[in-house]
Write a protein that binds this ligand. Structure first.
Ligand code: UDP
Ligand code: MG
Length: 321
């Protein structure tokens, strides 16, 4: 065992919940059984808890969290004032939990992440890891589309120089000291998967099989997935801006060559009426320029929200014990 880790750590399991009334009852039931065995085996401390973060749900999620809080000694809850999205809800949970816990594990409310892997997370912490990443060993249960779009995303991130852990989402363990470092990253545009690998420390990975959501619907439809990917890229890499510059230089060089060709053609009297070529070129470069302005705009948007430095989440109420 490493000197830095505790033998009987207080574990907090942070679960962001958005419109999850169909699942949280069952999720808490299964997790309670899991936590009780871990406590009885002396793996984690008795005052370990679940922290359910209600991300401004429109259904009865918060009411249900309050009921669970009354009935179940392990349940605690945080109610956010608004829906701020998965990443911010997670951050709110992590920052609340770090005040009480030695280690914090984040997972989704729908139990797609195998809870049996929790023991192995804690074992890696005992061996000295400050951050343990849950990595999907297979994507058999995912649709063809989700599997390949996700794969393309990791490849793209790597090509843009952003360090992410392959096939890792937000199922991970963090020690208190890793969370304290995370608290120093004050950016408003939050992409935890890109930021956490920057923290460093000793890390480990644990493989698990990702299951299907057992009830309710995915809160990540295609539009949100694309927005999340753009957020990830623009908050962790400036390579797209550099690519625009390269593209501009390349086009300028090509037009120089073309200019010489046109001048020579004009001088030797070989000019032809090239309407189609012109039309195609205008459309193509018009489109390319708008796209480039759009990319620059994405970054300006980021700067805009970062300079305002608005709070990333607002806690309406906390139920702790
Ligand atoms: N979630 C959230 N706020 C949101 C959207 C999602 O807190 O605005 C939570 C959701 O309740 C779940 C987790 O984020 O616990 C992951 O969402 P989901 O399972 O729908 O995503 P998928 O697994 O389909 O990618
Ligand atoms: Mg899910």
């Amino acid at each position: 065992m490493s000197e830095l880790c505790k033998e009987n750590p207080v574990l907090y399991i942070v679960i962001p919940c958005y419109n999850e009334e169909a699942v949280i009852g069952e999720t808490v039931r299964r997790l309670t059984a899991k936590l009780e065995t871990m406590i009885s085996r002396g793996l984690v401390a008795e005052d370990s808890r679940f922290l359910l973060v209600n991300d401004g749900s429109k259904d009865g999620t918060w009411e249900q969290i309050c009921q669970l809080y009354e009935k179940n000694p392990y349940v605690t809850g945080v109610n956010l004032a608004h829906n701020k999205g998965h990443q911010n809800a997670l951050l709110a949970g992590l920052m609340t939990a770090k005040e009480y816990a030695d280690i914090v594990i984040s997972m989704d409310a729908d139990l797609q992440d195998d809870i049996e892997a929790v023991d192995r997370f804690v074992a890696e912490y005992q061996k000295g890891a400050d951050i343990v990443y849950g990595v999907r060993s297979s994507r058999k249960k995912d649709s063809f589309f989700k599997k390949y779009t996700a794969l393309a995303f990791y490849k793209l991130m790597a090509a843009l120089g952003v360090e992410t852990v392959y096939n890792h989402a937000d199922y991970r363990l963090m020690s208190r000291r890793a969370l304290e470092e995370l608290a120093n990253y004050r950016e408003v545009n939050l992409f935890l998967r890109g930021i956490i690998p920057m923290i460093g420390f000793h890390t480990a990975t644990v493989e698990y099989v990702r299951e299907e959501r057992f009830a309710g619907e995915s809160k990540y439809p295609l539009g949100k997935m694309i927005a999340f990917a753009i957020e990830g890229i623009t908050s962790c890499s400036v390579k797209p801006l550099r690519m625009i510059t390269t593209f501009g230089v390349l086009i300028s060089l090509l037009s120089l060559i073309y200019l010489i060709y046109v001048v020579v053609g004009g001088l030797t009297g070989h000019t032809v009426a090239g309407w189609a070529t012109l039309a195609v070129l205008i459309c193509f470069f018009g489109g390319a320029q708008i796209l480039c302005i759009g990319v620059v705009g994405e970054y300006i948007g980021k700067i805009y929200s970062e300079t305002k430095a608005r709070p990333r989440y607002i806690i309406e109420r906390t139920c702790l014990k």
